[in-house]
Design a protein around this ligand. Sequence first.
Ligand SMILES: C[S@@+](CC[C@H](N)C(=O)[O-])C[C@H]1O[C@@H](n2cnc3c(N)ncnc32)[C@H](O)[C@@H]1O
Length: 341
Amino acid sequence: MDDFERFALIVNGPALFNAIVTAIDLDLFRFLEESPGRQMSEIAESLEVEPSKLRVLLFAICATGLVKKRGEGYSNSALASDFFAKAGQDSWSRILPGWRALYYPAFAHLTNSVKESRNAALDAYPGSEDTLYARLQRDNVAEALLHDAMSAFTLRSLPSLLQKMDLGGCRRLLDLGGGDGTTALALVEMYPELQVTLVDLPSVAERARDVNDHERIEVLSGDAFALTFDEEFDAVLCSHFLEVFSPTQILSILSGVRHALRNNGRIYIYGFDPNDQETRGVFSARLALYLTTLATGNGMTYPAGDYETWLIESGFVDVSSSRGLPYEHGLTQGVKVDSLG
Ligand SMILES: C[S@@+](CC[C@H](N)C(=O)[O-])C[C@H]1O[C@@H](n2cnc3c(N)ncnc32)[C@H](O)[C@@H]1O
């Protein structure tokens, strides 16, 4: 793709993005999966939409390359079949409605956020708390949309975590900011001896108990800045968590994590990992903008090198990272060693 094609795709992206989510709403991809090669009139009848409106939508979706037109017949591309037509929990059909409802309206406030140095898009959510996560505790519908999208995206990026994080011999793991328990459930299913303690905000903890209930997952309402664990865990996982905070806040959380870990316990930090120069990574860049304008006003998708620096500063040893994982992800780890021992 040359520079102009890339530019054209980006500036027209918001409209095309919405066309894709509308196609998801109408079940277009699933219909074409079951009935490939159907003509416009047949699709309009089945989806119960006016043919002239469907014509516009199909034009836009064909322009994205997600639907192919051969003669008068429409069919899913291979990517649309894989990403949208399957009913799995990791389907992009679960991810994009949340992006539309929460992420994309927020980006219109980016200029104010940058100029005023605050997450200006948060003004659209009632409450006085300074993060989206805290304010969503009173909005069940929006919170469900956010966590559905996060859970599905987490499932997409989970295989690399499961492959790179070795919890053999680990009995007790703390999943900090563990969300709805999607990762915790995958971990207890993979490690039959593992007991996970998930800590998140009260309404999210309640959601985790509802949707990912398991006898070896203990869900606690709590605040990562006020952990009271005392050398109880063999490992602590921060998955897509530290990136929502500022460096100062991260150092404060790492201090609590150190207290929570036993001697020789290990911390794992998993999430987006742009290149060191911070010039590449469109998923990471989008998330950094969302954190800035809406979620916390503080965080950023930090390169793994930043986490390594903060771990060393916090007294962890054997610090290392696996980088270049799918979806621009990286895994950084370090070991707690008692200063006295
Ligand atoms: C981006 S989500 C990550 C969820 C999950 N770990 C994953 O990988 O999908 C960040 C999570 O941090 C939680 N969170 C935010 N502030 C928190 C705090 N102060 N203490 C504990 N959890 C917090 C949010 O409620 C949310 O579930």
